[in-house]
Design a binder for this molecule. Structure first.
Ligand SMILES: C[S@@+](CC[C@H](N)C(=O)[O-])C[C@H]1O[C@@H](n2cnc3c(N)ncnc32)[C@H](O)[C@@H]1O
Length: 211
């Protein structure tokens, strides 16, 4: 499936029913998810691999990865309601053709920062909470720590200006940032603190190879 076709398919993923501000629940835009999944596929990080989506939310990244022949996809979130939305999305975007085979996603209710995952060679995908709204900058640090522990490579979305932080964190763990690109998160209004109907957040995406 081409990147454009994947974006079209992921654009049918529904958002959170009742998003929780404390968990920073907003969906990854379909275009960004398709870009990230496509890059991971081209890098050989999805086919035949165990893929882990930390903070899966609507399931956007896990469902995208499932189209690229991974051996397993584990998607975890701490919010059972989000997992309900993600499961519903799996049904919603299922291919109509019987011939199309996709890896079934395993949905797990778990805290990504105290995870139950026994792995060391997974491909980790994540759009973690940034913490910026609550003055809790780099809430994504704990997610990166999990990626370093269970992954051999990760793709993660962070707020703009995170490059130095991500590179330093990776270097401390013996890892290296190999790819980085800018992205915009165009988000429809869902929380009271958002002043306009559509908010655009500048973000950055990093591929990190962990040692
Ligand atoms: C920015 S949203 C991204 C969601 C998802 N990638 C998507 O596109 O729908 C962050 C997600 O992380 C989840 N989350 C926050 N803290 C978590 C934690 N400690 N463990 C697991 N999930 C967490 C939230 O519930 C939310 O679904």
């Amino acid at each position: 499936m081409s990147r454009a076709a994947l974006e079209r398919r992921l654009s049918r993923v529904a958002g959170f029913d009742d998003p929780r501000v404390e968990f920073e629940q907003y969906p990854t835009p379909a275009g960004l998810a398709a870009h990230l999944v496509h890059l991971a596929d081209v890098q050989g990080d999805l086919a035949g691999r165990t893929v882990l989506d930390l903070g899966t939310g609507t399931g956007m990244l896990a469902l995208g990865a499932a189209t690229r022949s991974p051996a397993r996809v584990l998607a975890l979130d701490r919010d059972p309601d989000a997992l309900g939305v993600a499961r519903e999305n799996e049904r919603r975007i299922a291919p109509e053709s019987e011939a199309a085979t996709e890896t079934e996603v395993e949905w797990l209710l778990a805290d990504a920062t105290r995870h139950p995952i026994c792995a060391s060679d997974a491909t980790v995908l994540m759009n973690p909470p940034f913490g910026a709204q609550r003055g809790n900058e780099h809430a994504d640090r704990a997610f990166l720590a999990t990626a370093a522990e269970v992954g051999s490579v990760s793709y993660s979305v962070h707020n703009a200006g995170s490059r130095e932080f991500v590179e330093a964190f990776a270097a401390d763990e013996g890892g290296e940032v190999t790819h980085a690109f800018r992205a915009e998160l165009a988000l429809d209004r869902q929380f009271d603190h958002q002043t306009s109907e559509r908010e655009v957040i500048d973000a950055e995406v990093f591929r990190v190879v962990w040692s």
